[in-house]
Design a protein around this ligand. Structure first.
Ligand SMILES: [Zn+2]
Length: 352
């Protein structure tokens, strides 16, 4: 018997220290690094929430979090896992008070309810699993404050608390000073729609539109949330605001959810160009598109998969026209307002 194992056995013999559980249950720590979510594959898997999150005592008696390797026994077990992931997010990631994040508005009750329903959907369970894995990593690094009395009660023979009950939702002192403790946040802003960055998803307090403004396609709120998570560090954080990146995000992270909910896939993504604020980009296609005026021979055929450039011109404010069709010489200046990009759609199943 190795000295390490002897030490573990000795610890296990200490009164009340429930080490044996951790030895027999095969609780795995979360993966060390994140990989981009492959949503199509995840949605084809039987379960989405990942292993049950369980606390166990480390050799020093301190709490560690991991996941049970075994799949859930049934749909009820999966529902419990999704509920715990949402409870963790509610404690740590959802901004519910002002001033937690500078300039962030707290989520409204309706937004929290929508997020809870999303967390219980198949796609939402995948994204909340990624957030939960971050929480497990932060916790095991000692960056999250927890209820020491509750943990002591467990070591003294009390019930094992869920991680969502043990953490307070605040960073520990170590976490406050750690450079690598970047908590993912979901919060609100004043406006419509939603946005994302590498470490946040933001939801407009005025809600979602029912239809996309240019294409008229119906909006599926869960598919939109999945799209935003696709722009975050759990998907491809460089995809936001780029014609190709957005079209790929619709294809990889939004359309699979739409299809499962009975919505037709989105075929075209319309990227809005804010008046007077040309985006800064290193993307070759986007650079060409933005310089449309300086390239007299620019043809749509050379800009695949761009389907159209829509301009607002001085002679007809508020109306949109094709930027690349020749106009009367006396016409005023035109500004690019929208770039339409085709979305790659799944190939139809082979016919018999
Ligand atoms: Zn987007």
């Amino acid at each position: 018997m190795s000295p390490g194992r002897t030490a573990l056995l000795l610890l296990a013999l200490l009164p009340g220290l429930p080490l044996a559980e951790a030895q027999t249950e095969s609780i795995q720590p979360p993966p060390v690094t994140r990989g981009p979510v492959d949503l199509e594959r995840e949605l084809q898997a039987p379960w989405q929430a990942g292993g049950e999150i369980l606390l166990h005592a480390a050799a020093d008696g301190g709490p560690r979090a991991g996941r049970r390797a075994a799949p859930p026994a049934d749909a009820g077990g999966e529902r419990e896992r999704r509920a715990e992931q949402f409870a963790l997010a509610r404690k740590l990631n959802l901004v519910l008070q002002p001033r937690v994040v500078p300039l962030a508005l707290p989520l409204t009750e309706d937004q929290v309810a929508l997020l809870e329903r999303f967390a219980h959907s198949d796609a939402g369970a995948v994204w909340f699993r990624e957030m939960a894995d971050d929480t497990l990593r932060l916790f095991n690094q000692g960056y999250l404050e927890y209820d020491a009395a509750l943990w002591r009660a467990y070591l003294e023979g009390g019930p094992r608390p869920p991680l969502s009950a043990l953490i307070t939702g605040r960073l520990s002192e170590a976490g406050l000073f750690a450079q690598d403790a970047a908590v993912f946040r979901i919060y609100a802003y004043d406006g419509m729609g939603s946005m994302a960055a590498a470490a946040s998803v933001r939801m407009g307090r005025k809600g979602f539109r029912c239809q996309f403004s240019m294409s008229g396609e119906a909006v599926d709120p869960f598919a939109i949330l999945s799209h935003e998570f696709g722009h975050s560090r759990y998907g491809d954080p460089r995809s936001a605001g780029q014609p190709l990146g957005e079209a790929r995000t619709v294809a990889r992270y939004e359309n699979p959810v739409r299809l499962r909910h009975g919505f037709p896939p989105r075929l075209v993504y319309y990227l809005r160009i804010e008046p007077g604020r040309l985006p800064v980009t290193r993307d070759a296609l986007f650079t060409r598109v933005l310089a449309w005026r300086e390239q007299p021979a620019l043809r749509l055929a050379d800009l695949d998969p761009v389907e159209g450039l829509y301009c607002e011109c001085a002679e007809a404010p508020g109306a949109l026209r094709d930027c690349l069709t020749p106009r009367p010489a006396e016409a005023g200046a035109c500004e690019l307002r929208w770039v339409a990009v085709r979305v790659e759609t799944p190939r139809p199943a082979a016919s018999e």
